[in-house]
Design a protein around this ligand. Sequence first.
Ligand SMILES: Nc1ncnc2c1ncn2[C@@H]1O[C@H](COP(=O)(O)OP(=O)(O)OP(=O)(O)O)[C@@H](O)[C@H]1O
Ligand SMILES: Nc1nc2c(c(=O)[nH]1)N=C(CO)CN2
Length: 284
Amino acid sequence: MADLYLPGGRLADRIELTGLTATGYHGVFDEERRDGQEFTVDVILHTSTSRAGASDELAQTINYADAADHVIEIVTGEPVDLIETLAERIADRMLGTGALAVDVTVHKPSAPIPHAFTDVTVTIRRLGELLRPPKPAADVVVGIGSNLDDPVTQVEVGAGKLARVLEYEQMSRTRVTAAEVAPGMPSQPNYVNAVMVGKTTLSPLALLAELQRIEDEQGRIREEVWGPRTLDLDLISYKVADREVLSDNPDLTLPHPRAHMRSFVMEPWAEVDPWGKLRGKRIR
Ligand SMILES: Nc1ncnc2c1ncn2[C@@H]1O[C@H](COP(=O)(O)OP(=O)(O)OP(=O)(O)O)[C@@H](O)[C@H]1O
Ligand SMILES: Nc1nc2c(c(=O)[nH]1)N=C(CO)CN2
């Protein structure tokens, strides 16, 4: 159960807490509620540790001591009948730490079973919002940009591929925009920009993997942030049942953190979706 492959094929990194033990008062029987017993919990947090590994900063990862505190708080907290419920509560809390997915095993080695046995466990895996297929289909906004190797054709071909990934899609007109470059960086050729809105049943990370596949197919080389590019597809906004999915995960930040400052995104978006909203505010 431990391996989790992310959309795009990469194996997720793991932070594992094993054998966390405390007395709890969970169980169906009165004696269990009265006397309590030991519960042991194993947790696997599926995440990406590469930024923390490179920067050596605790803020870039999930603090395992905080995760352990949460688990103990739930085990020693409000009693429930079933270890299934306990596992569900722990998984839910662990997803709140920013993990992409979690595996939780709850052990109840002193369970009231009138036979010789060593342990009884429940193990569950729960996916966070970035990995969960949406229900109903999500409304998404994708920014398209190119300023290398015949940008008009790059945008046209990229949009054609994107249209096969999305449903009920609608594309803005393309426009030529002056390149916004990072401070101190050399100027760049003009961009061709457009926005496509549509629906998807892909999870946010699965959609991002599709966007990156299309970028890669069009010869995108990722070297310089804000560098010139053959094709750039940014996931601007992802809404399920009108609720915007929010994420501060650097691998997929939602809504896109710079979109609201970019007229080359907001103008074409307003053209195809005049009632559109970003962080609850009308876009025009
Ligand atoms: N909303 C998002 N849409 C697309 N990529 C995102 C998003 N949030 C985070 N990313 C991450 O950003 C990384 C760098 O993306 P990219 O090279 O397209 O950045 P950029 O185009 O140079 O800058 P910008 O995001 O400001 O347009 C990607 O590998 C991706 O994981
Ligand atoms: N006009 C324009 N400027 C940009 C664009 C873009 O798509 N259009 N994309 C950037 C990084 O993605 C940086 N600057």
